[in-house]
Design a protein around this ligand. Structure first.
Ligand code: SF4
Ligand SMILES: [Zn+2]
Ligand SMILES: [Zn+2]
Length: 328
């Protein structure tokens, strides 16, 4: 389905707090009311300020943008491409897409990503699970679904995609990997990690760490410039800019009875009564990850016996554990 929504349908009653035109948004968490143009400018300013405030980029960084073809990643790609061209002397951004091999979903999203990159003349690298690990995600799930050690699809998918994004971004000469996580994603992930007491993950996601040369050898720096923008605002922004993104969700997300979806519903419900709740979760994450990172870092880390990547206490990292299971 091609998405082509003019922003007129988003217009609401009221006058823009800045220019008195008709508005498209009333931000309950800040009280602002903005017209399409002021909203668009404001979103771009938030992205730029987030990058500056959290020192996400240096002038000579080579930026690789993880692109799925959805609204978040294409909005991010558009902004980073503009920022790189206007403000930095560095090499142009590169878009990187991982094709997990999900029939009826990923190929359509990839088409959107390809079209967008062509339009903006951005180099686009596509790498598939099949070529890198020998199986598509659909093949993995068909093989594992009825086995006792089956994990939810998203666990396999996210672990493998994370590793491939990291490795290919490094192969492309990237110094920074930009991810399209918005505020809602950040809040949801943080709450999930709290519920499952994944303190090491919260610590690992600490965004301002000064990593040792050993860690840098394996991992590219990740940045999340959309982390202060709620999901619905990225949706509005992408539509106002008429970005042609792929609007559907992955079918596995609906099929698996994952807690994540319930957590998201819970956050949305809380937002009705406490509009700033996602911002609280983000700042809670930033503060707690600082404390945990400084605390847990002292314990050092083990190296995976197969790939050498830093990992927890297990002999194999999760990525290598999964590869071993798939090949059994
Ligand atoms: S919803 Fe789950 S299975 Fe689908 S692309 Fe995302 S992580 Fe992968
Ligand atoms: Zn305005
Ligand atoms: Zn490993």
């Amino acid at each position: 389905m091609v998405l082509m929504v003019k922003y007129n349908i988003f217009l609401k009653k009221g006058k823009c707090s800045r220019c008195r035109n008709s508005i498209v948004i009333q931000r309950k968490y800040s009280g602002e009311e903005l017209c399409p143009k002021c909203f668009e400018d404001n979103i771009e300013k938030i992205i730029f300020k987030t990058i500056s405030k959290y020192k996400m980029l240096k002038g000579n960084d080579k930026i690789i943008v993880a692109v799925s073809g959805g609204k978040d990643s294409l909005s991010l790609l558009y902004n980073l491409n503009e920022i790189q061209k206007k403000r930095f002397q560095s090499e142009p951004v590169i878009a990187l897409t991982i094709d997990e091999g999900i029939v009826d979903y990923r190929e359509k999203a990839i088409e959107k990503a390809k079209e967008f990159c062509n339009e903006l003349k951005i180099e686009h690298k596509i790498v598939s699970f099949k070529e890198k690990i020998g199986y598509t995600l659909d093949e993995i799930i068909n093989k594992k679904r009825d086995l006792p050690d089956y994990k939810y699809t998203c666990n396999y998918c996210a672990t493998i995609r994370r590793r491939l994004l990291n490795d290919v971004a490094k192969e492309l000469g990237g110094t920074v990997l930009a991810m399209g996580h918005n505020l809602t994603d950040m809040a949801e992930t943080y709450l999930m990690n709290i519920l499952y007491k994944r303190l090491h993950l919260i610590a690992n996601q600490y965004p301002f760490k000064k990593e040792s040369p050993k860690i840098k050898e394996f991992f590219i720096k990740k940045i999340t410039p959309l982390m202060r923008i709620p999901e619905e605002e990225i949706f509005l922004y992408a539509n106002i800019k008429e970005i042609q993104y792929y609007p559907s969700h992955c079918l596995y997300r609906e099929k698996d009875p994952i807690i994540r979806k319930r957590v998201l519903d819970f956050i949305q419900e809380c937002k009705q009564f406490s509009p700033e709740i996602e911002f609280n979760l983000l700042s809670g994450f930033l503060e707690l990850s600082t404390v945990l990172y400084n605390q847990l870092e002292k314990g050092g880390y083990h190296s995976c016996q197969s790939c050498g990547y830093p990992c927890g206490d297990a002999q194999l990292c999760l990525y290598c554990q999964f590869l071993k299971e798939f090949n059994q």
